[in-house]
Design a protein around this ligand. Structure first.
Ligand code: PAF
Length: 284
């Protein structure tokens, strides 16, 4: 039976207990409204740790003033059931006062420069500061041996790796694969905002990423690939924030250069902002 913990002292006592028994702890931070993508992260944590903690906390500091914090879907009972079935041991369910004991205005904040500034960071000012601030707190609360983040939030994963390396936080970061519906749409809690008509259009996101990869493999210039992706998304009914090909460190590759690449898209469909990415290699 999964144990739901809402008090920090209880969480610390449970983890102390496990440590005394010599057990390792895996951690999966989430904002709830869990789906098969999240559960695959729990399974990955299970494979690498003796005990698994998942947190559910809709973090106010990572939402912009005009974003979807208040309407972000909250489904605590279904989440607890799903986590139990996925083999999670503890659901860590802090409230805002537990997470930010000095209040949101007086809270210490964590900023990771560089990798936080581009793409999602440029489109959503302050977003990664909110993510790094809450993830640092969560790491201090849970003190896990390893933590799992999904590859769907490609840039978030890179920011977290930089955070952990720079602040020398003793946690191993594992990356979970993107889980997609049969038509290619990456699973996301935000998919449920889509109307049936928008849901039917949404797989164009993944198809555009595949077309970007295929054009890159054919050797087309990056500027042309990105312009064609932007046009394809607009023709399919999206308003793109960006559709780009980058090196894994987000720097801009030169045409003709070989190596690892990632195609990244953020685009709005109606009121819903979706992100997705596709990693590939341009072999020598
Ligand atoms: O990826 C998410 O769900 C959130 O950004 C995270 C890592 C749980 C921090 O609130």
């Amino acid at each position: 039976m999964i144990e739901t913990i809402t008090r920090l002292e209880t969480l610390r006592a449970r983890i102390r207990d496990w440590r005394r028994q010599g057990l390792t702890v895996g951690f999966v931070p989430t904002m709830g409204n869990l789906h098969a993508g999240h559960y695959s992260l729990i399974e990955l944590a299970r494979q690498h740790a003796d005990r698994v903690v998942a947190s559910v906390f809709v973090n106010p500091t990572q939402f912009g003033p005009n974003e979807d914090f208040s309407r972000y879907p909250r489904t605590p009972e279904a989440d607890a059931r799903g986590l139990q079935e996925a083999g999670c041991d503890v659901l860590w369910l802090p409230d805002v006062a537990t997470m930010y004991p000095f209040g949101l205005q007086a809270a210490a904040s964590v900023h990771v420069p560089g990798v936080s500034a581009v793409l999602e960071g440029a489109a959503r000012p302050g977003h990664f500061d909110g993510v790094c601030t809450v993830v640092t707190r969560l790491f201090n609360q849970v003190q896990p041996d390893l933590a799992v983040f999904g590859r769907k939030d490609y840039q978030q994963l890179a920011v977290i790796r930089q955070l952990v390396a720079d602040l020398q936080i003793p946690v191993q970061i594992l990356a979970g694969e993107i889980v997609r519906d049969a038509d290619g749409l990456a699973l996301s809690s935000r998919n449920q905002y889509l109307s049936p008509e928008e849901r039917a259009l949404a797989p164009a996101l993944h198809r555009t990423l595949q077309a970007m990869r295929d054009s890159a493999l054919q050797g087309l210039p990056r500027a042309r690939i990105e312009a064609e992706a932007d046009a394809a998304l607009r023709a399919a009914g999206f308003q793109p924030d960006y559709a780009v090909i980058r090196r894994p460190d987000f720097s801009e590759p030169a045409d003709g250069e070989r190596g690892a690449r990632v195609a990244l898209i953020a685009a709005r469909l109606g009121q819903t902002r979706l992100i997705d990415n596709l990693e590939f290699d341009l072999p020598a």
